[in-house]
Design a protein around this ligand. Structure first.
Ligand code: ADP
Ligand code: MG
Length: 466
């Protein structure tokens, strides 16, 4: 640890730590955006106390403290670990807490106990802090944080949908954990829809209505996961409807997840599905390549594995081959970690490849980062499908007959080959990368909302993959 002697002749660590804090602030200013920086970090200038290797910075109020704890603490301490070569940590504390330190100590045990009971149904590893955001989930995660900040006020219900393994449960439980952490008195109920149905069936049998109501109605927040499982369960739907009405009328926050948009829920009564879109609806899509690499890096830190032990090419190999679900991506990473531990030798692309083989189920491993020949084939197929020329598709023409096929081609280059937006632009008369992003977004939206677009894209995909 770096110490130095001041003019007064005693070790003054405060200055060193303050210096480090100023450096950290500088890093934050560059990475979190000016508005957030001014609101959260700029006012923090004083050390409240130092305990062992933990420096407690004085924070203006609870709101700021909680926000920093939930959203930035890991980032800050990752940075500190790089900058200072010891196990130093920053924590944040309000004046009120400083004054109540003694009381807090006495109470911690009880609070912890209470929390375990209340959190019984929440998985505490699912937090906003370890949820990696990217273009595919930014809207959903931003809204989720707002909902967690203002339960029952900001958007009620919140309806999150997306394919399996993309982080819906993680995000939903993060809301619950955030709320309980902020206010231990809040009762959060996380329930899988299947379990709700089961509870209801048991209720019919046992007639223990009080027990049922105590579980479902005496709560502040309801997190109901995978609502599509209410399909065809008419009586359970009735009961859920009543529950929804009651909680909603009392301004209790409801969060729902599903594998599809509210309009596509099958065999669920419309008076329920229409209510699901009363608040806000947010979707989560599959992460792109860069995002998948970020997720892998985050997962490595939770395994306490240092970046250097894990070559970037290996991360890229995993990210390139497990594209559709974060759960699979995580599974692949765990397998390589396990293999690495077993082998006890340096990790290379080759031995990672060996480790991953069984997961690929005969699919060929994608080790190739340069796919120009595939781009050629894609152009051929798209032009053939829409009966337009290569010159047309590349040109700047704004005719719909050309614009739409061009957007489809851009979209497929991204989805099938994960070519960077800028590079895709270079295939189309050097178009700007924002044009490419726009095109990809239009087609993504089109696939969800228009059958004809969905069909076109599927047809072209299958021709390209032949
Ligand atoms: P879903 O409920 O959509 O099927 P989950 O929430 O169960 O998906 O996510 C599957 C796994 O992937 C979990 O272990 C979760 O932590 C992880 N995961 C998903 N998205 C992210 C993300 N953006 N950042 C970090 N981990 C993620
Ligand atoms: Mg889930």
């Amino acid at each position: 640890m770096l110490l130095y002697i001041t003019g007064e002749g005693y070790f003054n660590m405060n200055d060193t730590y303050l210096e480090l804090w100023v450096k950290t602030k500088y890093m934050l200013e560059k990475s979190v955006g000016q508005k957030t920086f001014n609101e959260f970090f700029n006012p923090i200038t004083k050390i409240a106390k130092i305990e062992n290797d933990t420096v407690f910075m004085l924070t203006p109020n609870n709101f700021v403290k909680n926000r920093i704890d939930k959203l930035f603490l890991n980032k800050i301490n990752d940075y500190i670990n790089k900058e200072a070569t010891n196990s130093l940590r920053f924590k944040f504390i309000t004046e009120e807490e400083v004054a109540n330190v003694h009381m807090n100590r006495v109470n911690t045990q009880t609070i912890n106990n209470m929390q375990t009971i209340r959190n019984g149904n929440l998985n505490q590893t699912y937090t906003f802090d370890n949820f990696v955001t990217g273009r595919n989930n930014r809207l959903a995660s931003t809204i989720a944080i707002q909902v967690a900040d203002q339960p029952g006020v900001f958007a009620n219900p919140l309806y999150i949908f997306g394919d399996v393994g993309l982080g819906k449960t993680h995000l939903m439980q993060s809301i619950g954990n955030y709320i309980v952490d902020n206010d231990h008195s809040k009762k959060v109920l996380y329930v899988k829809t299947e379990n709700f149905v089961e509870d209801y069936v048991n209720l019919l049998r046992s007639k223990q209505i009080e027990k049922f109501n105590e579980k479902y109605r005496d709560i502040d927040i309801l997190l109901c996961d995978d609502i599509q499982f209410l399909s065809k369960k008419n009586q359970s739907q009735q009961e859920f409807f009543k529950l929804f009405e009651k909680l909603h009328a009392d301004n209790k926050q409801i969060v729902i997840t599903s594998d599809r948009p509210t309009t596509e829920l099958k065999d669920i009564m419309t008076r329920l599905t229409s209510r699901f879109s009363w608040g806000l609806v947010a979707d989560i899509n599959a992460p792109d390549l860069e995002h998948r690499i970020e997720i892998l890096k985050k997962k490595l830190t939770t395994h306490s594995i240092q970046g250097e032990e894990f070559p970037h090419e290996v991360l890229e190999l995993i990210a390139k081959n497990f594209t559709s679900s974060v759960r699979e991506l995580e599974g692949a990473l765990n397998r390589v970690i396990f293999y690495k531990t077993m082998l006890n030798e340096e990790l290379t692309v080759e031995n990672a490849y060996e480790a991953l083989k069984p997961l690929l189920k005969g699919k060929e491993m994608n080790k190739d980062l340069n796919k120009t020949t595939d781009v050629d084939k894609l152009f051929d197929v798209v032009c053939g499908y829409y009966n337009i020329s290569r010159t047309d598709i590349i040109s700047n023409s704004r005719k719909r007959a050309v614009v739409y096929p061009r957007q489809v081609a851009m979209y497929l280059m991204r989805i099938l080959y994960e070519i960077p937006f800028k590079k895709i632009g270079s295939f189309f008369n050097n178009r700007d990368h924002s044009t490419v992003i726009n095109s990809c977004e239009k087609i993504t939206f089109g696939i969800k909302n228009e059958d004809s677009i969905k069909r076109d894209v599927e047809n072209i995909k299958s021709k390209v993959e032949k």
